[in-house]
Design a protein around this ligand. Structure first.
Ligand SMILES: *Cc1c(COP(=O)(O)O)cnc(C)c1O
Length: 415
């Protein structure tokens, strides 16, 4: 029923249709580390990929499998692998698929820790070019004979640049490159990267999909569009045993998840799974609140700049309008010179000073001093992050309360 029913209906009924025991409406939390077999051949068959089953929970268990199925349906993909965090999903995907001598083209506007792990991989010998992904021409210019992968985010955090997703997809298809799209900021409710020919879709399940700031998780979804037979780095044993469309994700599950060990705990998978049921409701509300706040802040004399793709003044407003269902719950702003951003943040009484995003509560954080501190000023300048920037992850509170909180803080610092 998954492809015929609506987005929310599909998520709500996903577990039940996997027929958990006793007719449970939720997939149970399977806390077993290992599975026993009466006949040793059963265990051998699972190890040799001859039958589906579970052997050791680091590689997966029924609870994470049910969540993976849900994510796959949300992304309208082929299959997914879940991880302990979004970062585990990202680091494992690169680790599993890329070899020394390979080249990656990545957006220069990346989540800070993603930028940082890419630096680590460069220190280990990978070649990575960072380019402004808002224009496909920069990707084309960076292309080399040994390029294997292009890695972008949908809406960048914190400065909200929007990648030229469709044109990059066409280019990757043409050059047979793995096209990885980190969909965390938009989530499959606002955007499905399969529509722009992405090969692999990353989601931090910690953010909008889990949605309540109570569980970490990450996922990689194969859209089914990439032909893994064209990819030279698939291990011979996987080439031999696994059907072609599952070879990439199998290598990610084995070399990334199993060997890397960033496994999602069953309890966390369950929390995320329950949280995901309301993603459409939460995001509609968060997007409405964000749009109203962006408008309010944009018109305020103490604000020098608002970064939000929903504003007509945003450089990729058109692009975002064509790509996304709505403009998301994340925005950033900068105060005018002379207004101390710490003082302003401390005057906010409802908005929480916190680093998460995609929570039900509205969270604010000064970017240069925290999440992008380690990168240093030069990289921040390169990524378009001024010292006074505040990132705001807008939650689902009542809109009047949010506006009132900001109004009061403005009044307090203006005096
Ligand atoms: C938060 C985030 C991640 C990392 O996810 P974690 O679950 O925190 O590890 C990756 N990409 C983007 C765009 C994010 O916002």
């Amino acid at each position: 029923m998954s492809n015929k029913k609506g987005f929310t209906t599909t998520i709500l009924h996903s577990d039940r249709l996997l027929k958990p025991e006793f007719g449970a409406l939720h997939q149970p939390v399977h806390n077993a580390v290992t599975w026993g077999y009466d006949d040793v051949q059963g265990l051998v068959n699972v190890f040799q990929n001859k039958t589906k089953g579970y052997a050791y929970s680091r590689q997966g268990n029924p609870t994470t499998a049910a969540l993976e199925h849900k994510v796959t349906q949300m992304e309208q993909g082929l299959a997914s692998v879940s991880f302990a965090t979004g970062m585990a999903a990202i680091s494992s995907t690169i680790l599993a698929l890329i070899k020394a001598g390979d080249h990656i083209i990545a957006s220069s506007y990346l989540f800070g820790n993603t930028r940082s792990i890419m630096q680590t991989y460069m220190d280990m010998g990978l070649e990575i070019s960072f380019v402004d992904a808002t224009d496909v021409q920069n990707i084309k210019n960076a292309y080399q004979e040994n390029t294997r992968m292009v890695f972008v985010e949908t809406i960048a955090n914190p400065a909200t640049q929007v990648s030229d997703l469709g044109a990059i997809g066409d280019f990757c298809e043409d050059k047979k490159l793995i096209y990885v799209v980190d969909n965390t900021m938009t989530s499959p409710y606002l955007f499905r990267p399969v529509a722009v020919k992405a090969s692999l879709v990353i989601n931090s399940l910690t953010k909008y999909i889990g949605g309540h700031g109570n569980a970490l998780g990450g996922s990689v979804t194969d859209t089914g569009l990439f032909n893994w037979l064209n990819f030279p780095n698939i291990a011979p044993i996987i080439r031999e045993q696994i059907r072609p469309e599952m070879q990439g994700l199998t290598q990610i599950r084995k070399r990334g998840l199993r060997d890397g060990g960033g496994t999602l705990a069953p309890e966390a998978a369950h929390s995320i799974s329950v949280g995901s049921e309301t993603i459409a409701l939460r995001l509609e509300r968060a997007c409405s609140n964000a749009a109203a706040l962006a408008e309010f802040l944009d018109n305020h004399p103490l604000i020098s700049k608002v970064y939000y793709p929903g504003l007509k003044s945003h450089p990729q407003h058109e692009l975002a309008s064509n790509l996304f269902h709505r403009y998301g719950g994340l925005m950033s702003f900068a105060l005018v010179d002379g207004i101390d951003c710490f003082k302003f943040l401390n005057e906010l009484k409802l908005v929480i000073k916190s680093s998460n995003l995609g929570d039900t509560r509205t969270l604010a954080i000064p970017v240069a001093h925290t999440i992008f501190f380690e990168l240093g000023k030069e990289r921040r300048d390169e990524m378009g992050i001024p010292d006074s920037m505040v990132r705001l992850s807008v939650g689902i509170e009542d809109q009047e309360d949010l506006i009132a909180d900001f109004s009061a803080a403005f009044e307090a610092v203006a005096n």
